[in-house]
Design a protein around this ligand. Structure first.
Ligand SMILES: *[C@@H]1O[C@H](CO)[C@@H](O)[C@H](O)[C@H]1NC(C)=O
Length: 225
């Protein structure tokens, strides 16, 4: 091998190694990889073990009950039912998942973001006011829309977004997410309900308010829907 061939081969190998080290929700490495908790005789892939394909059944790919409305009697008036890999093991390594969101009248899915996925939301019933805000690079631009049944709205990867029921009835939406485990960070809870608490000085400066207000917010009950 000449030096330059050797160098480019080394760089290619390094890039491959780095891509594995940084990987999340990679393209599937095999047809199926049903998540199992028991590591015996299992292959470790993407945070979950794969069930032996010979022992895999159709039920590993099934989640039932998403047609059932759930109570929204809680402080925010909305309830998210997740169908992530923890609820549907057959999603392991596939890079997708789903949620159902129920809204009571006036119910809010509070400002939050998904650290590992984009979201595409379909309104089935009711009227939702939804929006997301871009990052600093795009000047924190706010995109908002009132959505009706049949409307589909997209919340791009990592953007803070919300949905508020502005109709006179309950509302229901279904969303797909581009990760088997997209995660949820509810912005207010993350900052004001951090454990241990973030120093009020930090939050007071960060929000341009006085520390008393920060301490009041930190004492509130932050419901995690
Ligand atoms: C963001 O603001 C800067 C400075 O005012 C401007 O030059 C740029 O075009 C804006 N970008 C967007 C996406 O609005």
């Amino acid at each position: 091998m000449t030096n330059s061939v050797w160098l480019s081969a080394s760089l290619a190998l390094l890039a491959l190694a780095l891509s594995f080290a940084d990987a999340y929700d990679p393209s599937p490495l095999q047809d199926i990889c049903v998540a199992v908790e028991e590591p015996k005789n299992a292959l470790f892939v993407n945070g979950k073990f794969c069930k032996n394909p010979v022992l895999t059944t159709a039920n590993d790919f099934l989640f039932s009950g998403l047609q059932v409305p759930r109570s929204t009697a809680n402080p925010v008036g909305s309830t998210v039912t997740t169908v992530f890999v923890d609820q549907l093991p057959g999603l392991n390594t596939l890079g997708i998942s789903m949620v159902r969101i129920d809204f009571g009248i006036g119910g809010l899915n509070p400002p939050h973001f998904h650290p590992r996925g984009s979201e595409i939301l379909l309104v089935l019933e009711g009227t939702l006011y939804a929006g997301f805000v871009t990052s600093n690079q795009l000047n924190n631009t706010f995109f908002e829309k009132v959505l009706h049944p049949g409307d589909v709205f997209v919340f791009p990867f990592g953007m803070i977004h919300f949905q508020l029921n502005v109709g006179k009835t309950n509302a229901v939406a279904i969303a797909g997410l581009s990760s088997q485990n997209p995660g949820v960070t509810t912005v207010a809870n993350d900052l004001f309900n951090a454990k241990p608490p973030i120093s009020p000085e930090v939050l007071a400066k960060g929000f341009q308010v006085d520390e008393k207000l920060v301490e009041t917010l930190q004492k509130k009950f932050w419901y995690d829907n």
